[in-house]
Design a binder for this molecule. Structure first.
Ligand SMILES: Cc1ncc(C[n+]2csc(CCOP(=O)(O)OP(=O)(O)O)c2C)c(N)n1
Ligand SMILES: [Mg+2]
Length: 1001
């Protein structure tokens, strides 16, 4: 049966050009194969075939203009099972049914709601008892699920009856898991206790030793001391390493608990005593990093976490990316988990909690947070007047997480059991963190007096206990049984992420030198007495002399402790942390994918953003590259003309699409699918960047090379997420960051907060970030292809920052042999050889290169000044090379001086350099030291403002008129022309000499 395939609804566009015809007569095509590519003045989009079949007639050619309904091809289809051009089939939609509750609520909707006051006074204890007994009976007879159902119904009834319920975000200040339901650890507690003691000791000894060498070195003892059990239980029982059979759990260690990880690796035989002695001495090879830095210890650390807040959000997006890879069929679902350790103080960071609702929404049950609530941060208590654990419980529960509080250790169990009236729980609820902290600093007698002493019944409860017994009443985070039970429950939990909120003591075991003191965080030196106390506190088998020498303790290889520790890790698949990569490189796409960008566009105008989007569309036809591309967009696809990607490759949505999108009939319909490829992040640069980092490090964390391309307003890039970009460099990310709508004057209209004139400077600070500011589509193509080759085929640990613009103009053909210069950072774009005796070296980048080209024409034709025009694709790369060459020359004074690439380009050319960009002057000034020519830079220093491009360029003095006038002035200063010629030009172009420098306006 012959079918006509015509242009579907393409939104607002009418009469758009066909730029590619992707089929020919006789082709057998599948449903969704692209037939043609259409291009408007803003975006390009492929038109897919709604059905499969054989092309029998082609009704269009390249250059034709088409609109909705224009016939494209005729197709002979084998079946009648077509969708009549419909893009998305309507699923069954659930019809809303009125629930009983809704009916009831209608009945009583006039009842005024009254807030129920939480009351601690029981006015009818008999009635209370009856309710509790009923509940217990249901739990016993029908199980907890039924009890939970009934409670929910009761709550719902109460609500509909007009009772606004008291705040139920938090539960009582006790452990979430009741003692009877705790799963017991299968481990040998005696041996584990010893191992933990040695790890604690060695971690502290390592820090103290380093500070004997120099107190410059610093380090932390108190943090790991509070978290040792939380890590130990994970290491002995839960965290599965990467090996040939399993992808490995991913653990984000709290940055400044690093000493504990080194101490354990020492017992495991992975680090030597010599290495421990080199803690925080990294300048010569073989030292240990202060914190987790994959750049410095690439075989050990996986995740840079020490800039607080980055770890938690990066981990959330890591967990989501893992599901993305699974849902896209790129990775097996092996039940891998992402564990994240963070401090309670760290939760102050907006990034720490900023994405927890996403984690719940995406049902990330592969994610487990462990918040170490030692109640302190650096200066003092985290919430002295409140309770951080309760606050966090509320936030996480409210966001939809499974919350497991681990507050009290086993020594409290009998007391809680004996607390028939609930008075102990009441006391636990009423004490604030500032007091809890003070209690752990001041000893058992103080706790008896201040905690139990408030109520005579409680004092009585502990009357048979000594002060020491009271002191030993432990906190949950120090009790391996409680921690094990919580971790076990976290591993079993499905449908939402879990947070384990553990209460601990900062500087646990440090005694007077730093247990629960406000100064604990800073404690890095322990004197002899402190060390002897610490040894005794944890029974470390070292003599006094060994303690004085601050020796490490490591039992013999055949000791039960070492054998146990190694056996546990063997059972769990290997050591953690460990960083490795077994990913296969991706073959760079053939040249022809980029070929069309090397030709002139003729009269046709487009922006470099459009060129890039077309490039990505082409890349989606390359079988090696296509599946690995991860387009990441924070709610700006339409701004960048990328809406065509929605339908073509789908937007990732873990639940697919439960609705028919409003625009389902359109070509660029908003299509969400479970295996969607686009990460449409919504308005979160931090989140989008975290996704990018997850994809850009998939080669090591998941052994699969991915190609993330994150496109954003360049102003909301490095400026907003600079710390993430730095962490990406540390993590050796590979991928593309595209700063779109770039340039202070190129993004017209939007104004001060939007116009970027400095992102390249920010990018230049990251050592492994390779940045380019191309002007023409062929430059973009050469750069992008090389990026793919370097990063994803050759696996160089660099990442690319490329700016793209939204200004439409025509693009020339690539000059012969320009490739090398494009990549190195500059090439000769054009020589103006009129008759002028005077010459200048005119440099430009981005769209402002075009102003320079226009200025060159005027200078040549009207002023007899000839020019060499250099397209500088990367001032940043030129500077790097210049610095290196200069350094080599300084190191080798006897040798013949080596020339920098810039020098080589300019050595046979005359005249001063005039460099002009859409960025602050320091951007082009970067190369000033590497040429001995007089150097003048023009740029866009100052705050942007909204106006037209023309006016903005005039304001920032980077338009062709200013370039001409300033060039003549520069030539006058160099005494190459008379100053009156410059004066004349300034007058001619009405340049206001009285106008203040733009930074002051
Ligand atoms: C972004 C950032 N700001 C500040 C710091 C400095 N800093 C290091 S540890 C610390 C206190 C940490 O408190 P908490 O998160 O409670 O961790 P704890 O040591 O108590 O486990 C601070 C402020 C940092 N590392 N990162
Ligand atoms: Mg803390």
């Amino acid at each position: 049966m012959t079918q006509n395939i015509s242009v579907p609804d393409i939104g607002d566009f009418d009469s758009v050009e066909i730029i590619e015809v992707l089929v020919k007569i006789g082709d057998q095509i599948n449903k969704d194969d692209p037939i043609v590519t259409l291009e408007s003045d803003k975006s390009s989009v492929e038109v897919p075939s709604p059905i499969a079949g054989k092309i029998t007639e082609l009704s269009v050619k390249v250059g034709d203009k088409v609109s909705k309904g224009s016939l494209l091809v005729k197709l002979e289809s084998g079946s009648h099972d077509d969708e009549k051009g419909k893009l998305i089939k309507k699923d069954d939609f659930t019809t809303e049914k009125e629930t009983v509750e809704e009916k009831n609520s209608k009945k009583i909707k006039n009842i005024k709601k009254i807030f129920a006051q939480p009351s601690s006074d029981d006015i009818d204890s008999l009635e209370t008892q009856e309710w509790i007994e009923s509940l217990n009976a249901v739990i016993e007879n029908d199980g907890p699920a039924r009890a939970s159902y009934l409670l929910n119904r009761v709550v719902s009834e109460a609500y509909t009856a007009g009772l606004v319920l008291p705040d139920t975000r938090t539960t009582s200040y006790i452990n979430t898991i009741p003692t009877e339901l705790e799963v017991k650890s299968p481990g040998d507690q005696n041996i584990e206790k010893k191992i933990r003691a040695y790890v604690r000791w060695n971690a502290a000894a390592m820090v103290v030793r380093a500070n004997k060498i120099s107190s410059d070195l610093g380090g932390h003892i108190g943090t790991f001391a509070s978290a040792a059990t939380l890590y130990d239980v994970g290491m002995n029982h839960f965290w599965r390493a990467k090996n040939k059979d399993f992808g490995g759990d991913l653990i984000y260690f709290q940055g400044h608990s690093a000493p504990g990880m080194y101490a354990r690796a020492f017992l495991e035989g992975r680090l030597s005593e010599k290495q421990l002695n080199r803690f925080r001495q990294e300048v010569d090879a073989g030292g240990l990093s202060s914190y987790p830095h994959p750049w410095l210890m690439p075989k050990f650390w996986q995740f840079p976490t020490v800039s607080m807040g980055l770890g938690p959000i990066m981990a959330i997006y890591q967990a989501r990316f893992l599901k993305y890879l699974i849902n896209r069929g790129l990775l097996k679902d092996e039940g891998r988990k992402i564990w994240v350790f963070l401090g309670d103080g760290e939760t102050d960071e907006p990034e720490s909690l900023g994405a927890i609702s996403l984690a719940a929404r995406e049902k990330l049950d592969n994610l487990i947070f462990v918040v170490n609530c030692n109640l302190q941060r650096l200066d003092g208590p985290v919430r002295g007047n409140g309770k951080i654990i309760q606050e966090l419980e509320g936030s996480f529960r409210g966001a939809g997480w499974n919350v497991l509080k681990v507050i009290w250790g086993s020594y409290w169990d009998p007391l809680l059991k004996a607390d028939k009236t609930g008075l102990l729980m009441k006391r636990m609820n009423e004490v604030v963190d500032g007091e809890y902290q003070a209690m752990k600093a001041k000893g058992g007698a103080y706790v008896r007096e201040k905690f139990f002493g408030k109520y005579p019944e409680l004092k009585e409860l502990v009357s048979s206990m000594t002060d020491n017994d009271i002191w030993r009443l432990n906190r949950g985070g120090h009790d391996p049984h409680k921690v094990y039970a919580a971790y076990h429950a976290a591993m079993q939990h499905q449908g939402s992420p879990t947070v384990v909120i553990a209460k601990t003591v900062k500087g646990y075991g440090m005694g007077k030198s730093g247990e629960s003191l406000n100064t604990t965080h800073q404690q890095k030196k322990l004197d002899e007495q402190d060390l002897l106390y610490y040894r005794d506190r944890f029974n470390v088998p070292l003599t006094d002399k060994q303690v004085r020498n601050i020796e490490y303790y490591k039992p013999a290889e055949d000791s039960e402790e070492i054998k146990y520790l190694k056996e546990r890790r063997k059972q769990l698949g290997g050591f953690i942390p460990e960083r490795s990569s077994f990913s296969k490189p991706i073959k760079a796409p053939p040249k022809d994918i980029f070929e069309s960008f090397m030709k002139s566009t003729g009269d046709k105008e487009m922006s470099t953003t459009m060129a890039l989007v077309r490039m990505l569309t082409n890349l989606l036809r390359d079988q090696n590259v296509a599946p690995r591309l991860v387009p990441i967009i924070p709610d700006e696809a339409r701004t960048f003309g990328m809406e065509g990607f929605f339908r073509k490759i789908g937007i990732y949505a873990h639940e697919g699409q439960k609705y028919e999108p409003e625009d389902s009939e359109q070509l660029s319909s908003y299509k969400e699918t479970k295996n969607g490829q686009v990460l449409e992040e919504g308005i979160t640069e931090a989140g989008a960047m975290s996704s990018w980092i997850a994809a850009a490090t998939a080669y090591t964390n998941h052994d699969i090379e991915m190609i993330p391309v994150y496109i954003f307003y360049s102003m909301f890039g490095f400026q907003r997420i600079g710390d993430f970009a730095w962490a990406a460099g540390d993590a050796q990310a590979r991928g593309f960051l595209i700063g779109a709508t770039a340039g202070r004057t190129t993004l017209a209209g939007e104004g001060l907060q939007h116009q970027d004139g400095h992102s390249h400077i920010l990018a230049s600070m990251i050592p492994n970030c390779v940045a380019y500011d191309p002007t023409f589509s062929y430059e973009m193509a050469v750069i992008f292809r090389e990026g793919l080759r370097r990063m994803h085929e050759k696996n160089e640990n660099v990442f690319y920052y490329i700016t793209a613009m939204n200004e439409n103009y025509s693009h020339p053909e690539k000059p012969e042999g320009a490739d090398e210069g494009i990549l190195k950072g500059m090439y000769l774009f054009k020589e103006y050889r009129n008759k002028g005796k005077i010459k200048i070296q005119l440099m430009g980048s981005g769209t402002i290169l075009r102003e320079a080209i226009a200025a060159a024409k005027i200078l040549s034709e009207e002023y007899g000044v000839d020019s060499d025009i250099w397209s500088v694709t990367s001032f940043n790369e030129l500077r790097k090379e210049g610095m290196e060459v200069e350094r080599r020359n300084l190191l080798n004074p006897n040798n013949k001086k080596e020339k920098s690439y810039i020098q080589k380009c300019l050595e046979k050319r005359d005249g001063p350099v005039i460099a002009v960009t859409d960025y602050v002057r320091s951007f082009s000034d970067q190369i000033r030291p590497y040429t001995d020519k007089p150097f003048y830079s023009l740029g866009t220093d100052g705050f942007g403002r909204s106006d037209t491009r023309k006016n903005l360029r005039k304001f920032f003095e980077v338009d062709k008129e200013h370039i001409v006038a300033y060039t003549l002035s520069a030539l006058a200063q160099e005494q190459l022309i008379g100053s009156d010629r410059a004066e004349k030009a300034l007058k001619k172009y009405n340049i206001d000499k009285k106008k203040a420098f733009p930074t002051k306006l």
